[in-house]
Design a protein. Structure first.
Length: 193
């Protein structure tokens, strides 16, 4: 950061305040390394990833590890120092933690290479519902059904009895109509003879 000491401190305070607000609102926080061991994500790739996150009410925030650590400490979130060793970007999901994790893991799979077999960004771990998760735990969140999938299943369960009842009523009405038509047809044949 360049500028006078006062300007630098003001910018740091603004970043801290923004991070604090975002972490407070997040339903999931995923710690990532966007550089990897060799060649990291390009600016265009980070922009594309951020766009995908915006679509699922999440965001990708790159910040200094010391600032992230300070906010986590102020929020009473402990035990994440090991994830704050390499360059860090936070995935902050505000709505559906599973959907957010799916976007991240899908993007990382697309960025796999011989040089980066895990893909980028590397998932270091996560914080979900007061629990610390390692890399594998964070990735496993993406395998769960997302919020829309769960809601769709619930809706199907709720409307299934009504659909069965309508089917039974329609079937009964159809049977009654067929019975009446057959009776009428037989009656008319009896009159003709």
């Amino acid at each position: 950061m360049k500028g006078t000491h006062k300007q630098i401190m003001a910018r740091k305070e603004a970043i801290l305040s923004e991070l604090e607000e975002k972490i407070s609102k997040a339903t999931i926080i995923i710690f990532t390394n966007y550089r990897g061991d060799l060649k990291g994500l390009t600016v265009k790739e980070i922009r594309d990833l951020r766009k995908k996150f915006r679509e699922c009410k999440a965001e990708y925030k790159i910040a200094k590890n010391t600032l992230i650590a300070k906010v986590l400490k102020e929020k009473g979130i402990h035990g994440f120092d090991e994830y704050l060793q390499d360059p860090t970007a936070l995935v902050l999901g505000y709505d559906d933690p599973v959907g957010t994790a799916k976007v991240l893991t899908t993007f990382a799979k697309e960025k796999k290479s011989v040089l980066q077999p895990e893909g980028l960004p590397l998932i270091k771990g996560a914080y979900l519902e007061g629990q610390k998760m390692d890399s594998d735990g964070a990735k496993s969140v993406a395998t769960l059904p997302s919020k829309p999938e769960v809601l769709g299943s619930l809706l199907s369960l709720m409307i299934a009895p009504a659909q069965r009842m309508m089917g039974a009523l329609n079937g009964s009405a159809t049977n009654m109509v067929n019975l009446l038509e057959n009776w009428n047809h037989e009656r008319q044949e009896g009159k003709a003879e």
